[in-house]
Design a protein around this ligand. Structure first.
Ligand SMILES: [Zn+2]
Length: 109
């Protein structure tokens, strides 16, 4: 499931819970109403956080891992911020500046 799909599904669940809360409210079932209303609020809040996460992910810079060699070992350097990491710590994002790494022919992620 992608982040976009998760946002959409979470919003759908919020709406389903809001609709069910409305039904219970019309029936005068306070406990049922409060239960679904709480669930709807939690899903709305979760959807807001996921949308915020998507905005952060979309706004981050892109970079590449650049292979470096010093006297003792090989390592990879983020071209955006210059932090060096060992091969085991190479990810599809930089742990220091958060840049999203473009795939590199020399360093498959
Ligand atoms: Zn970086």
């Amino acid at each position: 499931m992608t982040l976009d799909e998760t946002i959409k599904r979470t919003e759908e669940l919020a709406e389903l819970n809001e609709n069910q809360a409305r039904v219970y409210k019309e029936q005068g079932d306070t406990m049922g109403y409060l239960s679904y209303e709480e669930c709807a609020k939690e899903h709305r809040r979760l959807a807001e956080w996921l949308i915020e996460l998507k905005a952060y992910k979309d706004a981050r810079p892109t970079s590449r891992w650049s292979r470096q060699t010093d006297t003792y070992h090989d390592y990879y350097e983020c071209e955006n911020c210059g932090i060096g990491v060992g091969l085991d710590d190479v990810r599809n994002y930089c742990p220091d500046c958060g840049a999203k790494m473009e795939e590199d022919a020399e360093c498959r992620l």
